[in-house]
Design a protein around this ligand. Sequence first.
Ligand code: PLP
Length: 270
Amino acid sequence: MTSSPDPSSSSPDERTGDLRARLAAVDARIDRATADAGRADRPHLIVVTKFFPVEDVLRLAGLGVRDVGENRDQEAAAKAAAATAASNGAAANSAASSDAGDLRWHFIGQLQSNKAKSVVHYARSVHSVDRSSLVRALGRAVADHRPAELGPLACWVQVDLDDAAGGDPDSGATGGRGGAAPADVVSLADAIAATDGLTVAGVMAVAPRGADPDAAFARLARIAADLRAAHPSADGISAGMSADLESAIAHGATHLRVGSDVLGPRPAVG
Ligand SMILES: *Cc1c(COP(=O)(O)O)cnc(C)c1O
């Protein structure tokens, strides 16, 4: 049986069972890698739901998932609103999806400054803060548009571990996946920490395509240590996806961002 992002291709119960099995397999991998690393602290799992419908988010909420990640504002804003509406409806009707009201939304994609206003409406955190102009935009957006109940916006400094990429995230035509140069991480964290309504959560990175994830995540761990020396509470490391979560856990990841191994293959768009 193959899963599909189209919920109409399988009954809701079948899809829920599919998600339950995939989630259990990923949880088992996390347990094993955490034990193998000799760690007492189990990393947090953020399930990346990009390209999948809000119905899948609601199914995941019913299975106990609390943290979901999205990489496009338009899609994330619509899904966050739909999940809230579903949980409000469910509260009246008593359905499993009332859990959707407890979801925390994490923005993990490259973010244009003009989307900051929208993102601060629903996101607990932004994992892709990689330039000072975006810090300023997020600071202004939080001051003007943040719902009080969401609290401060947790900002992760995204690091570019791919020295060959050299793209500008605002150009929309990068060879890499975004991120600040390692040498700029502490100064960006300084800017975040100096902005009302923003907190520094830690560092985030994506392992460069085709490179050894162990080398990349070992480097990220050193960058994270430098950040902690300057900002002791910024002790998070957001790293590890479906293909490399074991390596990320071995190198101290505190937050994993896993999509396809929970939801199934994404449609080949974007
Ligand atoms: C899509 C995405 C993920 C999840 O990737 P999978 O390989 O599907 O687990 C994690 N991080 C970022 C930044 C992404 O864009």
